[in-house]
Each structure stands twice: as structure tokens, then as C-alpha cells.
Design a protein around this ligand. Structure first.
Ligand SMILES: [Zn+2]
Length: 160
């Protein structure tokens, strides 16, 4: 083993040829990201490598996940942003990083969360999709139907 590998344990995760790396996942959230990936329609058969508890200057420790896929749906990225804003996504093509961006909270959440208002039409009429719009720069979202405002923590996320 080279001394480089000792200094940077992240190198132990095998490189992928094409796909995406979810980096800077707060330690402990990696299994949740994996669970969402495994339950998400169309992604559950993808090849995934997960690393837990890597030392990271920024976070103390972090989890990391690599997925071999040519494309990821925006709605999945929104979902991951909702559970862990600040996670960095790197796109890998031919073993090289071709794009890198931090996941930010989406301006709208379409059909990924349930409204907490039992009288909301999205709860009384099953076929009505839910939609929440961000009310500012924080984590508060307004239901587009009943207009009640919720903090992200209050919303129960659900997979499409
Ligand atoms: Zn509502």
C-alpha cells in the first residue's frame, strides 16, 4: 500500500468508469441515501458502492456513494437534496470527473412529500399530486393547494 492511500482512504473506493459520486454525505446518512436509491423506481438495479465514515476535514467524517448509471432523474436529486443539502454530486465519464455541483434545496417539491394538513385536497383526493414551493432561502415550503407552510423537517418524504 502506498503512503498516499494511507493519507487518503477515499482512494480505497474503486473508481467507476461512468456514473455519479455522491460525496460529502454527512456520516450516518449514507445508508438512507442507499435505501432511497434502492427503492426508487428505475434505479434499484444499478451497481452501487457505499463507503461509510471517511475522515473529512469539512465534516469530521462523511459517507460516500458511487453509482454506475448514465443519468439520474432530477426528481431523485431533489429527494437527496431534501434529506442532505450540501451533498456534492460528481458526474464521472470515462473515469474522469466532468461535472461537480453541490445539491441545493429545490425551489419546488413535486410529488415527493405528503401535506400534513389532513383536510388538504392532496389528502382527500388521492389522485391529486402534491406540490410545495419554497418560501424564501431557508427550509420552509408552502403547499400549493392549502397554502399551509411547513418546515422541511415536518414534511414526510415519499418516493415516487
Ligand atoms: Zn396542503
Amino acid at each position: 500500500m502506498s503512503s498516499d492511500n494511507k493519507k487518503n482512504p477515499v482512494l480505497h473506493i474503486p473508481k467507476i468508469e461512468n456514473g455519479f459520486v455522491f460525496d460529502h454525505i454527512p456520516a450516518g446518512l449514507g445508508p438512507r441515501v442507499l435505501e432511497m436509491l434502492r427503492s426508487y423506481t428505475g434505479l434499484k438495479d444499478a451497481v452501487v458502492t457505499v463507503g461509510l465514515n471517511y475522515r473529512s476535514g469539512k465534516l469530521g467524517s462523511k459517507d460516500m456513494l458511487k453509482i454506475e448509471l448514465l443519468d439520474l432523474p432530477d426528481s431523485f436529486l431533489h429527494l437527496i437534496a431534501l434529506i442532505g443539502p450540501g451533498i456534492t454530486i460528481k458526474k464521472i465519464v470515462g473515469f474522469e470527473v466532468v461535472g461537480k455541483y453541490p445539491l441545493e434545496l429545490p425551489e419546488a417539491i413535486d410529488n415527493l412529500a405528503r401535506c400534513r394538513n389532513p383536510n388538504c385536497v392532496t389528502n382527500t383526493e388521492r389522485h391529486v399530486p402534491t406540490r410545495f414551493e419554497r418560501t424564501g432561502t431557508g427550509s420552509r415550503y408552502r403547499c400549493s393547494y392549502c397554502e399551509r407552510v411547513f418546515d422541511l423537517k415536518e414534511l414526510e418524504l415519499r418516493l415516487p
